[in-house]
Design a binder for this molecule. Sequence first.
Ligand code: PXP
Length: 236
Amino acid sequence: MRLAVNIDHVATLRNARGEGIPDPVEAALLAERNGAAGIVCHLREDRRHIMDKDLRNLRASVRTKLDLEMAMTSEMQAIALDTKPELVTLVPEKREELTTEGGFNITAHYDTLVEFIKPFRESGIEVSLFIEPEKKAIDLSHQAGADLVELHTGKYALQYDKENAEREFRRIREAAAYAKNLGLKVVAGHGLGYGNIAPFTQIAEIEEVSIGHAIIARAVFIGLGEAVREMTAIIG
Ligand code: PXP
């Protein structure tokens, strides 16, 4: 299983003082040198962490794979087509949320989504949809022309009760098998960390996990290189 490191919160820290440090690009390069197979950043409408110049600099520097998380807006589409990341991940975005709270509601936006995906396919940019681990969302992702689905692991991660966590885990495992069987690539993310990632190594269909907060938080104490190495050691 590969690790994609989300470096948004390096920018959060940088923005806290409005100065140039720490630099998200330096973080991305350090993560790559220590085993990250991809770098993820979320350019939000309000630019609360990653900014346009960060995205341009990341594009110029990232050598593994750049995954741009973005809302389904024409502004973001134009930026993405111009920047050319290897992958875009479409996420729902609400201004008031602290982080992405739920999966993309494909049913409500299906026709718009189909049109939205087309130019990315024409540009050779892969499209991933961040969805709940549910069959209907997977079927619609496949029909709409997505290359990947990112299964939302937030509900699993939030369960402190063992039984509930196991139920959520089973849901993700079944969804991963279902999506893979349709020919979709499967990745997972949100709320994953050192203490809850281990069971995911048993799900062969999940090619990659996308982890941000836990790694950046760990990096504060042990350094980013070591934090990335610790995680890649767990996921194998
Ligand atoms: N995947 C997606 C689609 C996300 O929006 C986020 C949060 O930015 C993550 C993964 C990473 O979540 P976390 O920061 O909890 O590891």
